[in-house]
Design a binder for this molecule. Structure first.
Ligand SMILES: Nc1nc2c(ncn2[C@@H]2O[C@H](COP(=O)(O)OP(=O)(O)OP(=O)(O)O)[C@@H](O)[C@H]2O)c(=O)[nH]1
Ligand SMILES: [Mg+2]
Length: 262
């Protein structure tokens, strides 16, 4: 059984104790590869191989691909419903004419998010992970090739909505952005620190809803920085438009920074 997140496997009913166990073999999961050997007396030796290393190798290949294209890639992570697609849709509409954007959408099933992005005129691809709860570097590698990314393109990857597993998987992105909505409550940065620790930027979204929910913005800033002292924080509402300029400035600055490095 995977000791990290157990995703990517089909739950199997264990009749003895009436709970769901997991299949042992799931090399598509990407964290541990399991193998086993049967001894003559029936005992089984289980061999675990850490294959996050394999993911990291493909992630490096993705980084090389992006560098060759002088492209930038943002891995957008956050809880289900935090507002990832809404922010991307708005960004594509507002900046899509002046920048060459591409979007890779990750969800367990459906093409709903990719369809939403396509209505903005931006090229989008949907990846369905089925039982998986995160994207991995190999999925992104395939999508990058299918997108036929042009020189200096900007690629947004919307990861599967999940505050846990995507933190562990390097996709080869230039920067990671965690989207955190005010409707999720104040406790998320302290309860799910790895996601905030692995991100370069935290975007606090849906600030138009602050008057209606129990959310203390000052406390959120403090707790996010407690988990990751160096992280940048932007607050915005796609609905009211407040704070969007800061997000666009951040994106443009990233673009400029990358180009001057070239
Ligand atoms: N009031 C308000 N609602 C918002 C804002 N941004 C997003 N929403 C709403 O939040 C809901 C979820 O938004 P999505 O963009 O689909 O969320 P998501 O993170 O892409 O969700 P998954 O792809 O399922 O993980 C939708 O009903 C949006 O209209 C905002 O700034 N203010
Ligand atoms: Mg979405």
């Amino acid at each position: 059984m995977c000791e990290t997140c157990g995703c990517g496997e089909i739950p199997e009913r264990n009749n003895r104790n009436n709970r769901y166990d997991r299949y042992d073999h799931h090399d598509h999961h990407g964290y541990h590869d399991h193998d086993h050997e049967h001894l003559p007396d029936g005992r089984v030796i289980r061999i675990q191989k850490d294959i996050l290393g394999e993911n990291n190798l493909v992630a490096e290949r993705n980084r090389g691909f992006l560098e060759a294209k002088r492209a930038i890639c943002f891995n957008i992570v956050g809880s289900p419903g935090s507002g990832k697609t809404t922010l991307l849709e708005r960004t594509c509409r507002d900046l899509g004419k002046e920048q060459t954007f591409y979007v890779i959408e990750g969800d367990q099933q459906s093409s709903l998010d990719a369809e939403r992005i396509k209505t903005t005129g931006v090229k989008a691809i949907q990846i369905n992970t089925e039982y998986g709860c995160h994207l991995d570097a190999a999925m992104v590698n395939k999508a990058l090739k299918e997108l036929e990314v042009k020189e200096k393109g900007i690629i947004f990857i919307e990861n599967v909505g999940n505050l846990v597993c995507p933190a562990m998987f390097d996709l080869g992105e230039t920067k990671r952005i965690v989207i955190y909505s005010v409707t999720e409550g104040n406790d998320k940065p302290l309860k799910y620190p790895y996601m905030f620790r692995s991100a370069h930027l935290a975007v606090i979204t849906k600030t138009d809803l602050i008057p209606y929910v129990d959310f203390d913005l000052d406390r959120a800033r403090v707790d996010i920085r407690k988990t990751h002292p160096g992280i940048e924080v932007i607050e915005l509402s796609v609905k009211s438009g407040e704070g969007l300029e800061n997000w666009y400035d951040w994106l443009k600055e990233e673009g400029r920074g990358k180009r001057t490095e070239d």
